[in-house]
Design a protein around this ligand. Structure first.
Ligand code: C5P
Length: 234
């Protein structure tokens, strides 16, 4: 199968300290913007077709500068995102509609440590016949339910609980139809694409995610990512 790629990067990243320091997907780690690392992994993967970066209209210049730093940016196009992640994904999917891809991977720009091995694993699961694949890792911490006032109510069993990652990957027509159905039903705030598939009653298959494939959410995550890359370079 040929894979279209949607990289969502239209968020404002407020939790990482924006707007003063700019959205986190353009902040440097290991000497390059976060999004460069992410785009690099997909543009060098041998099964990628067109790559759609979904960006915020205010970030045009930042995005252009990031793309100029890539070794190979020939597959990359961009489109403006929406108010929610869901709307941004749909904008990206619609950009791929004419390109004839059979499958799509939908990835957060702020997960730069994605690796080809995980993409290959997901591709194999799709090739085996799955139409929706979710990379995830078993929850490692002991989980507690607590009150807003800081009191523990109970311990929650972590058996059968997984932390969802991206790229969540799908048969292209299947996820586009699910997204269009969500919009038609007035739903615009699903936090991930597998949730839209689940809402549609589609079977979602788990694939083994990677502990390295973390989402850079707060300022500290960026500092740790920068340190990790700098250490690797030495
Ligand atoms: O806000 P959250 O951490 O869930 O964002 C996950 C990804 O979705 C980020 O890469 C962010 O840039 C993207 N996003 C988007 N459009 C939005 C909100 C988030 O592309 N309106």
């Amino acid at each position: 199968p040929s894979f279209g790629i949607v990289i969502v990067a239209a968020g404002r990243g407020e939790r990482a300290g924006a707007p003063t320091e700019g959205p986190k997907q353009y902040r440097p780690i290991g000497g390059k913007p976060v999004i460069c690392h992410t785009l690099d992994v997909f543009s060098t993967w041998n099964r990628s077709g067109r790559i759609v970066a979904v960006i915020h209209p205010d970030d045009e210049a930042l995005f252009r500068r990031a793309v100029e730093q890539l070794d190979d940016n020939t597959k990359i196009v961009s489109v403006h995102g929406g108010r929610t992640r869901q709307q941004s994904v749909l904008a990206g999917l619609r950009m791929l509609e004419m390109s004839g891809v059979s499958h799509v991977m939908i990835h957060d720009a702020v997960r730069p440590f994605i690796e080809h091995a995980l993409l290959d694993r997901i591709a194999e699961t799709l090739a085996d016949g799955a139409s929706c694949v979710l990379p995830a890792i078993p929850v490692a911490d002991t989980l507690k339910r607590g009150t807003a006032h800081g009191h523990v109510i109970e311990t929650v069993s972590r058996e059968g609980l997984f932390a969802a990652q991206t790229p969540q990957s799908f048969r292209f027509e299947t996820i586009l139809a699910a997204h269009e159905a969500a919009v038609a039903a007035g739903r615009d705030n699903f936090t991930d694409d597998a949730a839209i598939a689940e809402w549609q009653g589609l079977p979602v298959t788990l694939a083994a995610g990677s502990p390295d494939n973390v989402k850079l959410t707060v300022k500290r995550d960026l500092a740790m990512a920068d340190e990790k890359l700098t250490r690797t370079l030495i």
